[in-house]
Write a protein that binds this ligand. Structure first.
Ligand code: GTP
Length: 322
């Protein structure tokens, strides 16, 4: 459990507090777009893009965390355009934004509560410190705003602090929580939670899980057991397995996708901490390489800082032309 940053106790959770979200998103992504435009500076601006310039642009895109595949794709598009005329930086960034939007659009998919019978069981996975607990609270808040009945399950029984942190959020949000003792069996917590959620007519049950990547085998066994237990109660469950990624990890976020796909299966992503990092380009790399749905993005520490994933807007923000 992170001891830094706001805790549920000291956080100002009023929606809208801290400025308009779009301002915060633009502000947050400023570092990412500055990095991209900074890396591109001096390359573009001539009347026509030659191969050397295209190579330099491709390198700059890779250095901006967009990943080799997205970079190659954008290079190809720029090469097609060639910019015989009007090759100013703005025109080039328009093409970059258009191509990034093409990459992001197919993966934009909000997390909808659609399971029938209820509850929809959403397993939330990710390494410790990725923003998992905060994201669970933000998701619960989002669902509450849509008038869904939400329940939390403290499936990370490994650390008492993880259980405690989730319980504080539950109380603050006014949602029920099912928890067990520290060191208890996560699968039994999840079992109890599904039964309680079913009895209480809960729409969405959000399950926290342990994030001990250093012990891959144990984590895999634990998640597999949770899945087995869930499957016995409802063959459709878990309906979602959402991996929370910390954008500040840059390319490491991608290896986490790789590992969690293997240990848990992943149905979708939420990327956090996109405010204030220069590494937001990794979102594009993740979309291009894995094609996994991106449900939402985290742009701050407050309860309403989980935002819908708007591919066209994000593409323009990343390219610095929003
Ligand atoms: N700037 C920013 N900070 C965030 C965001 N999401 C979470 N955080 C912060 O990141 C830190 C870790 O978040 P937690 O939710 O505790 O992360 P966790 O993955 O549950 O980590 P453990 O509790 O250590 O397992 C906290 O200080 C959060 O306030 C975000 O979108 N932006």
């Amino acid at each position: 459990m992170s001891t830094e940053g706001p805790t549920p106790e000291n956080e100002a959770a009023e929606p809208g507090d801290g400025g308009e979200w779009s301002d915060r998103l633009f502000g947050g992504f400023r570092k990412t777009s500055e990095r991209l435009t900074g890396n591109l500076a001096g390359i573009v601006g001539k009347a026509r893009l030659d191969d050397a310039q295209l190579d330099d642009i491709e390198d700059a895109l890779i250095m901006s965390d967009l990943g080799p595949r997205a970079a190659a794709r954008i290079r190809e598009r720029l090469a097609e355009e060639r910019f015989e005329r009007d090759a100013d930086e703005r025109a080039i960034m328009e093409v970059v934004a258009r191509e990034i939007a093409e990459i992001l659009r197919p993966v934009a998919k909000p997390l909808d509560v659609v399971a029938f019978p209820r509850p929809q069981v959403i397993l939330v996975i990710g390494v410790n410190g990725s923003g998992k607990t905060t994201t669970i609270a933000k998701l619960a808040h989002l669902f509450q705003e849509q008038d869904y009945a939400v329940m939390l399950a403290a499936g990370d029984t490994f650390r008492a602090a993880a259980i405690g942190q989730l319980a504080v959020w539950a109380e603050r949000l006014g949602v029920p929580i099912v928890k067990g003792p520290e060191g208890g069996d996560p699968a039994s917590v999840v079992f109890d939670a599904v039964k309680a959620a079913t009895d209480q007519g809960i729409d969405a049950l959000i399950v926290d899980t342990a994030g001990r990547l250093q012990n891959k085998r144990e984590l895999m066994d634990e998640l597999a057991k949770i899945r087995r237990v869930l499957g016995r109660l409802n063959p459709e469950a878990p309906h979602d397995v959402v991996l929370v990624l910390d954008a500040t990890n840059g390319q490491n976020a991608l290896s986490q996708i790789e590992i969690f796909k293997e240990v848990a299966g992943v149905s979708g992503l939420i990327m956090t901490k996109l405010d204030g990092t220069a590494r937001g380009g990794v979102l594009v790399a993740a979309a291009e390489q894995y094609g996994l749905p991106i449900h939402a993005i985290g742009v701050g520490e407050k309860i309403d800082d989980l935002r819908p994933f708007n591919p066209d807007l994000l593409a323009r923000v990343i390219a610095g032309i929003a």
